[in-house]
Design a protein around this ligand. Structure first.
Ligand SMILES: Nc1nc2c(c(=O)[nH]1)N[C@H]1C(S)=C(S)[C@@H](COP(=O)(O)O)O[C@H]1N2
Ligand SMILES: [Mo]
Length: 512
């Protein structure tokens, strides 16, 4: 019988084999059979709202990587702990692997469109894992030695076999992930997509939107730098061929558009600044892009909206939902079913082949990526993904501003210096930005910042503030914006839950 430590190692090897075999078989059966993604998605869905919020704030776009690593560590610890107790008679570790397998099957079956064949990889992988553990604790590799064989040699043989299984598990796992990527990726489909010619172009962007002499955010956020927030553990791979948009619910006639059907609608280009409700004061979950697409209003008109419908519940291929006021999708703002971002097809992680973009509303109530379904309904009947978790059903974007320069703790030389940042109040527009240095206890008063040209009410506005550094030591700079309704950004601090953070962004810096 192997010792406690080698049994713990055997447990990790068995878990690796179970995961590896499952992963490689899932690559053959199809994405719905991917237990790893199913379990991760289940973990995301079951995580309480405040914890999700904390994860987004803490890890940002790396949240999913952190989750994956955490899940692997938890699996390894559980496998080691339970396998350490495994004996030939009392199979604690094997039962744990089997239980994990059952949980994996439940997770797979709970996903949209899953069938019984989708659990086959998990069942076979689990069986392999149990078999490996039983084999390693059976003593076959330790007791089979000749009489007089001494401990260290037997132990070495066992650990070599264990390492072999561990390596095989890791290899099949990686092979499975790579194979899945290769067989499901829509990168080719995306590369082959030429954006439709624009019928209604966005007004040109004057160079004066970008204040000079200060290294602040660029007015248009390049796709590669655009923040990404979603609940999708694996980026959905949806080809144009497979994409459909079903419009149903409180409508006169249900419609399903195929991608090619979109050709008969006018192609509109609009610059819209997106913001995440989870963006903390001073945060970077905000970006501005030129979107190409079709007016949602035009797509809805063909279905005929019932007058008592007040919400469009949009749904993505992976089950995310957002509830948007019908008004925001049918009034004269540029609410788009976007297929292009900054002149390229939507990047896969930003919703290829089609997503919603709605000026003035936080992403969680409007910006559904990989969108496939629009249901006309009512706010008193339906609840969307984040609303169910405690966020506000309606999410108009709050007036906010951010300091990009100076960075917190930055050292500034005596003499002239230019500070700067961004301000946004989508669909109302930014009228003024004020800066205060060393207030309220210092002598600082609010002073007007210089504004970049206003492009539109739906885009952010960049600002700069030239200043003379005359007194060495520590200083603070605060910023506040006023929107075109005359409302000045509130000083009251609020957390992102339930309807967006508020407060003044304040940065400490020093003069030398
Ligand atoms: N399918 C899907 N769409 C989604 C989300 C999601 O989790 N899944 N998150 C929304 C949120 S909270 C935001 S802020 C925006 C972010 O869009 P981006 O990742 O393109 O910046 O997407 C929205 N659309
Ligand atoms: Mo968001």
């Amino acid at each position: 019988m192997a010792g406690r430590e080698s049994r713990a190692m055997a447990g990790i090897a068995a878990a690796a084999v179970a995961l590896g075999v499952t992963q490689v078989l899932a690559a053959v059966i199809g994405p719905r059979a991917d237990a790893r993604t199913a379990v991760g998605s289940a973990v995301i869905d079951l995580t309480p709202g405040p914890v999700k919020e904390w994860a987004i704030q803490t890890f940002g776009a790396a949240d999913k990587l952190v989750l994956s690593v955490m899940v692997l560590v938890v699996i390894a610890v559980l496998a080691a702990a339970t396998a350490a107790l495994e004996t030939r008679r009392v199979p604690v570790g094997s039962v744990a692997i089997a239980a994990a397998g059952i949980a994996g099957c439940v997770a797979v079956l709970s996903r949209a469109g899953a069938t019984l064949t989708d659990v086959a990889p998990t069942v076979i992988g689990t069986a392999c894992g149990v078999a490996v553990l039983r084999l390693l604790v059976s003593g076959r590799f330790t007791d089979a030695g000749q009489v007089g064989d001494d401990g260290p040699d037997r132990g070495r043989r066992l650990s070599l076999v264990t390492l072999g299984f561990l390596g095989a598990g890791a290899l099949t796992g990686v092979a499975g992930v790579v194979l899945t990527r290769l067989t499901t990726s829509v990168a080719g489909d995306r590369n082959a997509f030429a954006l439709p010619p624009v019928d209604v172009a966005a007004p040109p962007v004057p160079a004066t939107v970008q204040p000079k002499g200060v290294a602040l955010s660029s007015f248009i956020t390049p796709n590669a730098d655009f923040y990404r927030i979603d609940t999708a553990l694996a980026v959905p791979q949806l080809s144009r061929e497979d994409w459909q948009l079903r419009i149903h619910g409180m409508v006169d006639r249900e419609i399903t558009y195929r991608f090619a059907d979109l050709e008969r609608f006018e192609v509109v280009e609009a610059l819209v600044t997106l913001t995440c409700v989870s963006n903390p004061v001073g945060g970077d979950l905000v970006g501005n892009a030129a979107w190409t697409g079709y007016r949602v209003r035009d797509l809805l008109a063909e279905a005929g909206i019932h007058p008592d419908a007040d919400m469009v519940l949009s749904k993505s291929i992976d089950g995310f939902t957002a509830g948007t006021p019908v008004e925001a999708l049918t009034d004269d703002r540029a609410s788009l079913l976007a297929v292009g971002m900054n002149g390229e097809p939507l990047p896969t992680e930003h919703g290829y082949p089609a997503r919603l973009v709605v000026p003035g509303l936080y992403g969680y109530v409007s910006a559904t990526k990989w969108v496939v379904d629009l249901e006309l309904t009512r706010f008193d009947r339906a609840e969307a993904y984040w609303t169910r978790l405690g966020w506000s059903p309606r999410g108009p974007i709050k007036t906010e501003s951010r300091i990009d320069v100076p960075r917190s703790g930055q050292q500034v030389a005596l003499g002239p210096v230019t500070f700067g940042g961004v301000a946004w109040a989508q669909h109302r527009g930014v009228r003024a930005v004020e800066v205060r240095i060393d207030g309220p206890d210092g002598e600082g008063d609010w002073q007007q910042a210089e504004l970049g040209t206003a492009y539109s009410n739906d885009t952010w506005r960049l600002w700069r503030f030239p200043w003379q550094a005359t007194r060495p030591g520590l200083h603070t700079i605060a910023v506040r914006a006023t929107d075109n309704t005359g409302e000045t950004q509130t000083a009251d601090f609020a957390n992102p839950i339930p309807d967006g953070a508020t407060g003044w962004h304040t940065v400490g810096f020093s003069v030398k």
